[in-house]
Design a protein around this ligand. Structure first.
Ligand SMILES: NC(=O)c1ccc[n+]([C@@H]2O[C@H](COP(=O)([O-])OP(=O)(O)OC[C@H]3O[C@@H](n4cnc5c(N)ncnc54)[C@H](O)[C@@H]3O)[C@@H](O)[C@H]2O)c1
Length: 250
């Protein structure tokens, strides 16, 4: 995807969660290349290396912890404000698909904490600060499993459906106020979340995975839009990156 963002991110502060790995690390790099000061948020200390590489700052934070969000945002306000966020941290119930009844409920609570509360708490804490900084945008990473059933991990699918429901429902009111909110729904992405066995299996079926940089480019383009409430799918079809916008709520 070509650079269409212009000066949108120049000297602006962008928070990226789940940025120690995969899509988040690519998003942090992409936004930094476009001039943003990136706050790399993750529970994994490897986020510090990503922050070094992009000239940003690492904050170790569990996205499901509301108090931690409030503390982070207070620091951002004191440091000049915040304008953009990619709320991207996410987990599966297990490395490999498991039967629904075989997983302990506690693991489902953890997943809801990261995948849904991580977005809800992030929007709730960040939006007022973004408004005070003059407006901006937030993109949440959902999944095609937020639009379709996913039998391999039903509660993962439930959290991603919920993220889309939250984003599309809150987008009109926040968008009118000056914080544009969108969701991105990728298909399979070549990141550590997908096991080598699954990658081999997909390759054997001639299924091509997205590169994290392709998702990062789409996130940057969404952050730069001037509308609110886009739910954008991004998949690889016949080896070509296909970006669709099935839903628009202004
Ligand atoms: N990989 C795929 O095929 C795929 C497809 C569609 C959507 N997604 C979504 O993309 C997003 C990024 O996933 P990825 O593929 O880059 O996976 P990844 O495992 O490479 O990265 C996820 C990151 O989230 C971090 N994280 C986990 N729990 C956290 C918490 N409580 N607080 C802060 N950070 C936390 C991890 O430490 C990790 O760095 C996720 O929301 C995932 O559901 C992935």
């Amino acid at each position: 995807m070509s650079r269409i963002i212009g000066t949108t991110f120049a000297d602006k502060t962008a928070v990226v969660t789940g940025a120690a790995s995969g899509v988040g690390a690519a998003s942090a790099r992409r936004l930094a290349e476009d001039g943003a000061q990136v706050v790399v948020v993750d529970v994994d200390e490897r986020g510090a290396e990503v922050a070094d590489r992009v000239g940003g700052r690492f904050v170790r934070l569990d996205v499901g912890d509301g108090d931690a969000w409030i503390e982070l945002v207070a620091g951002l306000r004191a440091g000049g404000g915040v304008h953009f966020a990619h709320l991207n941290a996410g987990i599966l119930a297990a490395r490999e698909p498991q039967a629904f009844l075989d997983m302990p409920v506690e693991r489902y609570r953890e997943m809801i904490g990261v995948n849904l509360y991580g977005v809800l708490l992030g929007i709730h804490a960040l939006a007022p600060a973004i408004l005070d900084a003059g407006g901006g945008a937030i993109v949440a990473t959902a999944s095609v499993a937020g639009l379709l059933p996913y039998g391999g991990d039903p509660v993962y699918a439930a959290t991603k459906h919920a993220v889309i429901g939250l984003v599309t429902s809150v987008a009109p009111q926040l968008g009118r106020a000056g914080v544009r909110v969108h969701a991105i729904c990728p298909g399979g992405i070549d990141t550590p979340m997908v096991t080598d066995r699954q990658k081999t299996d997909l390759a054997g079926r001639n299924r091509v995975m997205l590169d994290p940089t392709e998702v990062a480019d789409a996130v940057a383009a969404l952050l730069a839009r001037d509308d609110s409430g886009i739910v954008q799918t991004i998949t690889k079809e016949d080896g070509v990156c296909a970006v669709n916008i099935p839903t628009t709520l202004g």
